[in-house]
Design a protein around this ligand. Structure first.
Ligand code: IFM
Length: 824
C-alpha cells in the first residue's frame, strides 16, 4: 500500500516520432515532465498472479473482468465499472458512462463515513472528494482488491463473482487502527441502468417510468425492469442488492441518494447523515444500502454486499438466504481461486525472459479466456452495444482455449457451426443471448477459420469422433461437423474471381477492404493463403473423418492457389495483397501508398505456399519496411488518397487503426512465420517488443496509456503524431494468437494429431527453458537445453530416459506424468 502522490498534470502529450518519454506540452507550450518510472504506477506480483496499482490516476482506466460465465462485471483499478447479466446489450444492470467526463464513472462504490464527524471517503479512491491517505488496488484472476486507510480506519475490499450465485460480491473488511471507538456508516451504491442499453439511449424518457425499486422484507432492494420490446422478455431477471449485515437504511431513487447538481463524489444522502428510505416507481433507479458498524480499538469486522440477479421473487429470496450463509463468501472465493488454478494448471513455463514468462503463465491465457467469453463486446473502448459474437473473432479465440478447456472449445465450435448455411458460408455476427437477427454480410474468410479451430481441438484431444457429430445448418437440415467444414471449402471453391483467387466478397480479415471491392469483382490474395492453410488441415480432417478420398481434391486446390500466389501474387520483393474491382493489384510497388501489406507476407509462409526464396524475401521486406521499435505496421505507406482521393481505401488517419498502425493481431503471424523460417532471433524480437509492459516502457506510459498486462488491438504507428498509443485493449484476436505464437512456435510445443510435437525456435542467446504441459490427461515435464545456442533444430529427445525417434512425443493416457528432455 502506498501513499498516493498528487494527481498528474492534465497537460496533453507532445506528438511525433521524436517524442521524449514523459515530456508533455503545457498550455503555454513549455515542456513539463511526467513521472515515467513504471514501478511508480504498478508492480506485478507474479507469485499471487496479480498486478498491483499504486495510484488511481492512470492514463486510462485499467480494467479487469469479474465473471462466473453468466454474471459479469468489468471493473477498473479505481473502482469504475459496469455489471451485466449474460448480455451488455439487453441485461446491462448498472451504468457506465463510456467516453464521458469525468472518466470511469459510475461503479459499484462503497463509502465509509465517520458517524461522528460526517467525513466520508471511498476505499476505491474514487469517487468521493476526500481521498484515503494510503491506497493501492490489485487485479487478480477474476477479482479486484482495494486496500486503503484513512482516519485510522483500514478497509480491504475484494470484488468478485463467485460460481454459486449470479452476483457481484463486495467483500469489505474494516479495521479500527485508532485508540478510540469508531462508529461508521457504510454505504454500498450502484446506479442501475435500464437493461436494454440502446433503448435507454433512445427511449429513456418513457422507459424510466416502467422501472421500479422496491424494498424486500428480507432487507434487500429489488430492481425490476419493465421489458417492452425485446426478443427474450421472459429471460429478463430481477436485480437484488443486499448485505449480510442488518440494514440501517436504503435508497432506490438516485435523486434522493445523489441529489440534484451533485455526483457520486458528494452524494446528498451521505452528507445529510444517511439514506432516506426511498423506493422508486418510475424515475432514475439506484441501489444504495446503509449499514452501521461500531469498531472497538483494534477490532476487525467484515461486511458483505451483493448485487445479483435471479429470475423471479422466489429465486430472489433463495439467493438472499443463500448469500447470508456464514461461509458463502469464503466458499465462493475459494472456488473462484480453484477454478483458475485448475485452468492454468495446463501450462507453466520457466523462461529466461521474466516478462514473457509472466504473460504466458498468467495474463495471456487469462485475456484469451475473456475474449472467448465476451468476443469483442464490451471493454473500456467497446460499448457493448451491437457486438454479439463475431464469427471470425470467436473461431480464432478458440485456439487459445483448446489447450486449457477443450470441452468448452468444442461447445463454441458447435455454437459457431449453427450459424453456417447449407452452401457453406456463415453469419458474420450473431446474437445467441439477445435473440436478434444476425449480421449476414458474407466475407471471404469467416467460414474458413473454423477448420483451424477444429484441427486444434482434435490435436489437443485426439477425439476424431468430434468430426462425426451431427450439427444443424442455420437454414435447415444438418450434417456432420466434417461436412460443415467441407462445405466451407466448397463455398470458397465456387467463388473464385477472374484471376482464380477467392473473391473478396464483403471483405477478408481486413474489414476495410470492401472499399476497393464493392463491385464484387475484387479478389483476396490473402484469402488464397488462408484457404491454403486450411486445406492442409482439411487433408488431415478428411482422413480422420473417414473420407480419405477428399484429400486429392484439397491437394489440387492447394497447388492451384499456391501457383497463383507465387506468380500473380508476387510483386518482386513481397507478396501482393488483393486484386481490386478495377483489376489492378493492391499491395504493389507501383502505387505510392499501401505498397506492402503485412498479412500477405506472413501467411505466404503460414500456408506453406511461398517458394522458399520468396518466403525469406517477403519476411525480409517486413523487417526492412514495416517493422518499428514498437511493432510491425500493418501496411506502408499509410493511405491518404489511394486509390482515389475522393474515395480512399480507408478513412482512418494515417498511422492509426487499420491504416499504417501496428496491428498487434497481425504481428502474431509474423512471429509464427519467422519461426517457420527458423529465424528465432527475429521472431523473438517481434514477440518481445509487443509484450504490453515492454511496449509501455518503450513508448512511455503517458503515450502507451492502456493496460500493461493485456494486449491491445493496435498501437498508433510512426506516421501518427501519437506513435505508440495503444487502443482497444483486452478484447482482440491478439490474445489468442500471441499465445499460440509463443507457446507453439517460439517454444515449439504444439499438439498435433499424433501427439505433442516439440520443435522450438528460440532466440540463440537462450540457454534453454522448461515447461509443464498437460496433454491428453498426462503432465509433460519438458526441459529444453540449448547449449549450442542455436535458434532451431532438435538434436535429441528423451522421454523418461528413452530416446525418441522424430520430435512428436506420443500421448500417454495411462501415465500421470512423463519427463521429456530436449536438446537443441
Ligand atoms: O479481422 C478484424 C476483426 O474481425 C475485427 N477487428 C478488426 C480486424 C481487422 O480488420
Amino acid at each position: 500500500m502506498m501513499k498516493q502522490p498528487g494527481p498528474a498534470s492534465p497537460a496533453g502529450l507532445s506528438g511525433s516520432k521524436e517524442h521524449k518519454k514523459g515530456e508533455v506540452k503545457t498550455a503555454g507550450g513549455a515542456a513539463a515532465v511526467r513521472e515515467q518510472q513504471l514501478d511508480q504506477y504498478f508492480t506485478f506480483r507474479d507469485e499471487l498472479k496479480e498486478v498491483e496499482f499504486k495510484r488511481h490516476d492512470m492514463p486510462t482506466p485499467w480494467m479487469n473482468y469479474l465473471s462466473n460465465g453468466t454474471f459479469h462485471t468489468m471493473l477498473s483499478h479505481a473502482g469504475g465499472g459496469v455489471a451485466f447479466y449474460k448480455s451488455p446489450q439487453i441485461w446491462r444492470i448498472t451504468r457506465y458512462r463510456f467516453f464521458h467526463l469525468p472518466t470511469d464513472r459510475s461503479g459499484p462504490y462503497i463509502y465509509l463515513q465517520d458517524a461522528g464527524t460526517g467525513r466520508y471517503w471511498c476505499p476505491t479512491y474514487e469517487p468521493a472528494f476526500q481521498k484515503p491517505q494510503e491506497w493501492s488496488s490489485s487485479h487478480g484472476l477474476g477479482y479486484t482488491r482495494f486496500e486503503a486507510q484513512e482516519d485510522e480506519v483500514a478497509a480491504k475490499t475484494v470484488y468478485f463473482v463467485g460460481p454459486y450465485e449470479n452476483s457481484l460480491i463486495w467483500n469489505l473488511t474494516l479495521t479500527n487502527n485508532s485508540p478510540a471507538v469508531k462508529v461508521l456508516n457504510v454505504y454500498a451504491y450502484a446506479e442501475f441502468g435500464m437493461m436494454e442499453f440502446m433503448r435507454e439511449l433512445q427511449w429513456q424518457c418513457y422507459n424510466k417510468h416502467q422501472v421500479s425499486v422496491q424494498y424486500h422484507p428480507k432487507e434487500a432492494l429489488v430492481y425490476k425492469y419493465g421489458v417492452e420490446n425485446q426478443p427474450k422478455p421472459e429471460e429478463t431477471p430481477l436485480v437484488y442488492m443486499m448485505s449480510d449485515t442488518p440494514l440501517h437504511s436504503y435508497d432506490g431513487d438516485r435523486e434522493e441518494f445523489i441529489g440534484s447538481y451533485r455526483s457520486e463524489s458528494n452524494p446528498a444522502a451521505i452528507e445529510q447523515g444517511g439514506c432516506t428510505g426511498s423506493t422508486l416507481l418510475g424515475g432514475d433507479p439506484c441501489g444504495a444500502l446503509q449499514v452501521q458498524v461500531t469498531l472497538q480499538p483494534g477490532e476487525t469486522r467484515t461486511v458483505n454486499f451483493f448485487l445479483g440477479t435471479a429470475m423471479n421473487e422466489a429465486e430472489v429470496e433463495q439467493a438472499i438466504e443463500h448469500s447470508r450463509e456464514a461461509d458463502f463468501v469464503a466458499r465462493s472465493y475459494a472456488a473462484l481461486k480453484e477454478n483458475w488454478d485448475s485452468y492454468l494448471g495446463a501450462w507453466n513455463c520457466e523462461l529466461p525472459d521474466a516478462d514473457a514468462q509472466r504473460m504466458l503463465n498468467i495474463w495471456n491465457p487469462y485475456q484469451a479466456q475473456r475474449n472467448f467469453l465476451f468476443s469483442r463486446n464490451i471493454s473500456f473502448y467497446a460499448t457493448g452495444t451491437f457486438r454479439g459474437v463475431g464469427f471470425r473473432d470467436t473461431a480464432q479465440d478458440i485456439l487459445a482455449v483448446a489447450p486449457f478447456d477443450p470441452e468448452a472449445a468444442k461447445e463454441k465450435v458447435r455454437l459457431l457451426l449453427g450459424q453456417q448455411y447449407q452452401d457453406g458460408h456463415v453469419n458474420h455476427y450473431f446474437f445467441p443471448n439477445e435473440g436478434w437477427d444476425p449480421v449476414t454480410s458474407i466475407h471471404s474468410d469467416d467460414h474458413l477459420w473454423t477448420a483451424l479451430a477444429v484441427w486444434d481441438i482434435l490435436a489437443e484431444t485426439g477425439d476424431a469422433g468430434f468430426l462425426q457429430e451431427s450439427l444443424p445448418f442455420y437454414d435447415g437440415g444438418e450434417g456432420t461437423l466434417y461436412e460443415h467444414l467441407k462445405r466451407a471449402i466448397d463455398f470458397t471453391a465456387s467463388r473464385l474471381g477472374p484471376n482464380g483467387f477467392p473473391l473478396m466478397l464483403r471483405s477478408d480479415w481486413n474489414d476495410q477492404l470492401f472499399r476497393v471491392c464493392r463491385q464484387g469483382k475484387g479478389e483476396s490474395i490473402w484469402t488464397a493463403m488462408q484457404l491454403g492453410t486450411v486445406l492442409l488441415r482439411m487433408k488431415d480432417l478428411a482422413a480422420a473423418s473417414g473420407h480419405p478420398e477428399h484429400a486429392a481434391g484439397y491437394e489440387a486446390m492447394y497447388e492451384k492457389q499456391k501457383d497463383l500466389v507465387n506468380t500473380l501474387g508476387w510483386d518482386g520483393q513481397w507478396f501482393r495483397r488483393a486484386v481490386m474491382d478495377d483489376g489492378r493489384f493492391l499491395g504493389t510497388d507501383e502505387h505510392d501508398e499501401a505498397k506492402i501489406w503485412l498479412n500477405a507476407q506472413t501467411w505466404a509462409t503460414l500456408s506453406g505456399m511461398a517458394e522458399p526464396d520468396k518466403a525469406v524475401q517477403a519476411m525480409d521486406s517486413v523487417r526492412d519496411i514495416l517493422d518499428t521499435e514498437l511493432g510491425i505496421k500493418k501496411l506502408h505507406p499509410s493511405i491518404t488518397t489511394f486509390p482515389d482521393p475522393a474515395d480512399p481505401l480507408t478513412n482512418y488517419n494515417k498511422g492509426t487503426g487499420e491504416n499504417g498502425a501496428v496491428f498487434c493481431h497481425a504481428n502474431t503471424w509474423a512471429i509464427i512465420a519467422e519461426c517457420m523460417l527458423g529465424r528465432g532471433d527475429q521472431a523473438y524480437k517481434y514477440y518481445r517488443q509487443l509484450i504490453p509492459n515492454v511496449a509501455m516502457e518503450q513508448a512511455g506510459i503517458w503515450r502507451y496509456k492502456a493496460e500493461p498486462y493485456v494486449y491491445a488491438s493496435n498501437l498508433f504507428g510512426p506516421e501518427s503524431d501519437k506513435f505508440g498509443l495503444a487502443n482497444v485493449s483486452w478484447l482482440t484476436g491478439t490474445a489468442a494468437w500471441m499465445y499460440i505464437a509463443a507457446t507453439q512456435y517460439i517454444m515449439g510445443i504444439k499438439p498435433v494429431l499424433e501427439g505433442l510435437s516439440i520443435d522450438p525456435c528460440i532466440p540463440s542467446e537462450w540457454e534453454g527453458f522448461t515447461v509443464n504441459r498437460r496433454f491428453r490427461g498426462c503432465l509433460y515435464e519438458i526441459s529444453v537445453t540449448n547449449s549450442s545456442h542455436s535458434c532451431k533444430g532438435v538434436k535429441e529427445i528423451r522421454v523418461d530416459g528413452q530416446r525418441l525417434e522424430g520430435n512428436v512425443v506420443p500421448a500417454y493416457p495411462e501415465k500421470a506424468r512423463v519427463k521429456v528432455e530436449v536438446i537443441l
